[in-house]
Design a protein around this ligand. Structure first.
Ligand SMILES: Cc1cc2nc3c(=O)[nH]c(=O)nc-3n(C[C@H](O)[C@H](O)[C@H](O)COP(=O)(O)OP(=O)(O)OC[C@H]3O[C@@H](n4cnc5c(N)ncnc54)[C@H](O)[C@@H]3O)c2cc1C
Length: 362
């Protein structure tokens, strides 16, 4: 917590924190025990997210989880033993930092439209293209990269692990964001970037399914983050509402504020219950696309709505950098976009509930 302000200012969590988290076993919670992981279930990731969120900077857990959950767990799940030894083992100790590269300038929600191309050449793939908005993009040692190895659409996509010291790999500028300042977000480029075919995760052209399976975990993480953020904002608003006097009495003596914060607390309770249910289904290995999408949709929209109410009670103070609420407010704004937007969640719910025949890619 004492370091959050400097990490927010520098735009990234330092490498030594990844190493420290790795030493403590936090980065390998769900990874295979045979490659140094804990072999635990998603409940432990949930506890890690909830506790890390107490630092008051969403960028910190996002950086660690984009590495451990988004970039690494898919290699652990579907990669060869050689890949798991080369990337998952050092990732679980924080020695290597990973990023997941799916989004491109021309393909975000519509993953199946991605264009970064990998062409087989002997025992290698040669990759050309670019990725955008990649968490840990400028600090990572490897990028689990979605590439087109086949024809158009979702059937032609593969996942390949690209070490960032490969000639032809380039990371561009660190993007300046409205919020989540402590997590690095970057652009990356591939120019005739040659990687061994052995770096393919799973079968060629199976990448879309792997990405979609991974999204379930990402969406649970986002749901947990959104719940924890709503709780923090609510606690801050309640504290300030008791402490701040206007017209000779605490703000919370005005029923309008007590009722507004009662509404936030009620929404939080519902958000946590939805998330718990989705988490349970996921841990039990039951079909959970619909419940996870409902949890992601509801928790993230709740957090954004709560941010507005909780910031409002702070008055002008909510606008000041020195006020924690300012950071809590702006850090919420990407929740309804990342790991599949609210609109994409509604599409999935529409499909799983028999309301739509369309098949959105995210
Ligand atoms: C802070 C941050 C970190 C990120 N980290 C990563 C990362 O590590 N790796 C990675 O690969 N990506 C990452 N992303 C990218 C993220 O996954 C995409 O931004 C997201 O999927 C949306 O894609 P887009 O921005 O291209 O928006 P678009 O797909 O262009 O959508 C724009 C808007 O239109 C809506 N829309 C699109 N299609 C439809 C439709 N059919 N019906 C109704 N509405 C629609 C969307 O919901 C959205 O509101 C990150 C993004 C942010 C903001």
């Amino acid at each position: 917590m004492p370091n959050v302000i400097s990490w927010e200012a520098s735009g990234a969590v330092p490498r030594k924190i990844f190493e420290k988290a790795g030493e403590l076993g936090f980065l390998g919670l769900r990874l295979g025990e045979d490659v140094g992981g804990g072999g635990l279930d998603f409940r432990y990731t949930a506890i890690f997210v909830q506790e890390m969120m107490r630092c008051g900077s969403v960028g910190v857990p996002v950086a660690l989880l984009a590495h451990a959950e988004f970039a690494t767990s898919v290699i652990d799940r579907a990669g060869s033993n050689d890949l798991r030894e080369r990337f998952v083992r050092p990732a679980s100790t924080g020695k290597l930092i990973g990023a997941l590269g799916v989004t491109e300038p021309g393909a975000g929600s519509d993953v199946a439209a991605l264009r970064t191309k990998a062409v087989r050449d002997g025992d290698d793939y040669i990759i050309n293209g670019s990725k955008l908005f990649i968490t840990n993009g400028t600090i990572s040692d490897f990028v689990t990269t979605a590439v087109r190895t086949g024809g158009i659409g979702h059937g032609g996509i593969s996942l390949i692990v690209v070490p960032t010291d490969t000639p032809g790999f380039g990371s561009g500028r660190r993007l300046q964001k409205i919020g989540t300042h402590a997590s690095d977000t970057g652009e990356i480029f591939f120019e005739d970037c040659r990687v061994p075919a052995a770096n393919l995760v799973g079968e060629e052209n199976s990448g879309f399914r792997l990405i979609m399976e991974g999204f379930v975990g990402e969406r649970l993480v986002l749901s947990l983050i959104a719940c924890a953020q709503t709780r923090l904002m609510w606690e801050e608003a309640r504290r300030y509402g008791h402490e701040r006097y206007a017209f000779g009495r605490p703000l919370l003596a005005n029923q309008v504020w007590a009722h507004r914060l009662a509404d936030v607390r009620t929404s939080l309770e519902a958000a946590e219950a939805l998330t718990e249910r989705a988490l349970d289904l996921h841990i039990l290995g039951k079909p959970c696309d619909g419940p996870v999408s409902m949890a992601k949709l509801f928790t993230c929209e709740t957090a954004v709505d709560a941010a507005r109410t909780c910031a409002q009670i702070f008055g002008g103070m909510s606008h000041m950098e020195e006020c924690l609420m300012a950071r809590l407010y702006r850090d919420c704004l990407a929740f309804t976009i990342g790991a599949g937007s609210s609109e994409m969640m509604r599409e999935i719910i529409a499909r799983t509930e028999g309301l739509s025949t369309q098949s959105p890619s995210k």
